[in-house]
Design a protein around this ligand. Structure first.
Ligand code: DQA
Length: 142
């Protein structure tokens, strides 16, 4: 059975309460429940992790090698400036997809750039929680 790691970065623990006009009213626990039900219906496993700390995310990315068939990551604001996370992703041999709940291109200019996307397989933005499902579907298709 394929297994995928889903990482959520800083402030995503505040989903539901954080800027609901941008991110909606559902919580991170709701996301985890939805994605786990989706995984069960498709016959694969997912492991969910969230941290507000860059180093914790890097440790999990490094540990994913050989343990999972792919990585789905919403890196939060680290997307826009973390070269340390980029280096960790660049050394992964498993496929990875960047997901953003909001449409970053409709928002502030600093959100238009991802320093991570060039070392990942692809990027899904602006489709809400559905982006995580699409990313998993893509990984399953490989
Ligand atoms: C986000 C977009 C980022 O710009 C922001 O810093 C986040 C969430 C999203 O899911 O839309 O924390 O990654």
């Amino acid at each position: 059975m394929n297994a995928y790691l889903i990482l959520n970065g800083p402030n995503l623990n505040a989903l539901g309460q954080r800027e609901p006009d941008v991110y909606g009213h559902k919580t991170l626990a709701d996301l985890e429940k939805e994605i786990k039900a989706f995984a069960a219906s498709r016959g694969f496993e997912v492991t969910f992790r969230q941290s507000n700390h860059e180093g914790a995310l890097i440790d999990w990315i490094q540990e994913a090698e050989g343990k999972y068939q792919g990585l789905v990551m919403n890196p939060g604001a680290f997307t826009h400036y973390s070269y340390a996370i980029r280096d960790a992703l660049a050394s992964l041999s498993i496929p990875s997809v960047e997901v953003h709940i909001s449409n970053v291109h409709k928002r502030e200019a600093f959100r238009h750039q991802s320093v991570l996307a060039p070392v990942m397989n692809g990027q899904i933005v602006g489709l809400g929680f559905h982006g995580y499902r699409l990313a998993l579907d893509y990984l399953e298709s490989l």
